[in-house]
Design a protein around this ligand. Structure first.
Ligand code: 5GP
Ligand code: ZN
Length: 118
């Protein structure tokens, strides 16, 4: 998808601070970090969601999880702990419709979600 931001980052067309690369994935720092460590892990191929990726390419989905763990090791947060999040759709606030895992850590993280504003 030529107009997809993360496809373009994956293809090297838009710069990003890359922390880890594999044949099928790319991990780079979030431009607006929500924690001391905030890295995004994407498949190079475009898929809208983690479930969508897993349906057609189970190994590709597993690759994302493995790389998230490798990022945590590399960033020195594997022992202190970290959170992996994947937003899907409007209620989650997903901004970029290319599957990605957020790897967050390096400090005490807040509650999993803010209390709902009803
Ligand atoms: P989402 O809300 O879709 O789960 O997460 C998208 C993430 O991408 C956000 O945390 C946002 O800060 C990050 N982001 C948006 N544009 C860019 C960009 O151009 N470069 C990088 N490195 N991160 C981006
Ligand atoms: Zn894409």
């Amino acid at each position: 998808m030529s107009d997809c931001l993360f496809c373009r980052i994956g293809a090297g067309e838009i710069p990003a601070e890359v922390v880890l690369e594999t044949e099928t994935t790319l991990a780079f720092r979030d431009i607006t970090p929500h924690a001391r460590v905030h890295v995004l892990v994407i498949p190079r191929e475009h898929h809208d969601s983690l479930a969508g990726l897993a349906e057609v390419d189970a190994q590709g989905a597993a690759d994302l999880a493995v790389v998230a763990g490798q990022v945590a090791q590399q960033e020195g947060i594997a022992e202190s702990g970290y959170r992996v999040i994947s937003n899907v759709g409007p209620d989650s606030g997903q901004e970029v419709p290319h599957v990605h895992l957020h790897v967050l850590g390096g400090e005490r993280l807040g509650p999993l979600v803010q209390p709902a504003q009803r």
